[in-house]
Design a binder for this molecule. Structure first.
Ligand code: GLN
Length: 243
């Protein structure tokens, strides 16, 4: 038995799992072991209540426009608890479609406006609504590398999205694009950071390829849950980038 334990809410894990985003949970378990921490997770899906008090971390994967439309009808019931979770500084990882649904709205490839819960301030539009026959040419698809401006970490991933996301004033990008497209192909931003919520278009999954981010989220959750413990041993597992 590990000394610590953390519980992950896996939002719509049965519907949102593009390119095996569930690997993010596996990565949290893997790094949890190195940090003397047991990780358990529950899928929180359609019709389920979300009791934010029960969870220390949250993960929300990517998905297709159809699934996003279905989820947009359920997620408003969880909005208040998700807002409390995020604004209370608990770590939350939202990928691609999950990233879009935490924001204000997403205009899908057919030009349909799918409402988000607006807990985060970004919004997402489409380039392909007027030329859906060319949708494949307008998706952002390929390998991507970004640099986190706060700590110099380089993150590697694979992006495949129609949506173009624009950040709000209270959000920072997860990274600056070095290679690839990022949020919108215009402003070099990729993903978002708000408090301890990390959003990204990265699949791969992001935490299996970028262990520092997994460790950072676990440390934040440990500090929240065990405020009087010394986690310097766990902190030493973070690999310092050479700028
Ligand atoms: N359906 C969304 C888009 O195309 C999200 C895609 C994803 O989650 N990979 O932008």
């Amino acid at each position: 038995m590990a000394k610590y334990n953390l519980k992950v809410a896996h939002f719509y894990g049965d519907l949102m799992n593009t390119y095996g985003d569930i690997g993010n949970i596996i990565a949290l378990k893997y790094y949890g072991k190195q940090m003397d921490t047991d990780i358990t997770s529950d899928i929180v899906s359609i019709g389920d209540d979300f009791d934010d008090q029960q969870y220390d971390l949250a993960v929300f994967g990517g998905g297709q426009d159809y699934e996003q439309m279905v989820i947009s009808k359920d997620i408003p019931h969880k909005k208040e608890a998700i807002a409390r979770f995020i604004n209370g500084g608990k770590p939350f990882l939202a990928i691609c479609g999950g990233f879009q649904l935490l924001g204000q709205y997403y205009v899908d490839a057919n030009g349909e406006k799918i409402p988000g819960i607006g807990v985060l301030s970004h919004y997402t539009v489409t380039q392909s609504s007027h030329r859906s026959a060319m949708q494949n040419q307008t998706r952002f698809i390929g390998d991507i590398v970004i640099k986190n401006p706060q700590n110099g970490d380089l993150y590697h991933g694979f992006e495949n999205h129609n949506g173009r996301t624009f950040l709000g004033d209270d959000e920072q990008p997860l990274g600056i694009v070095q290679e690839g497209h990022g949020n919108n192909g215009e402003d070099k931003t990729e993903g978002a950071i708000y408090k301890h919520t990390y959003c990204s278009y990265f699949h791969g999954p992001i935490l299996t390829r970028n262990g520092n981010l997994a460790k950072q989220m676990l440390l934040e959750a440990l500090h929240n849950k065990y405020p009087n413990e010394d986690f310097s041993k766990q902190e030493s597992l973070i690999i310092k980038p050479t700028f």
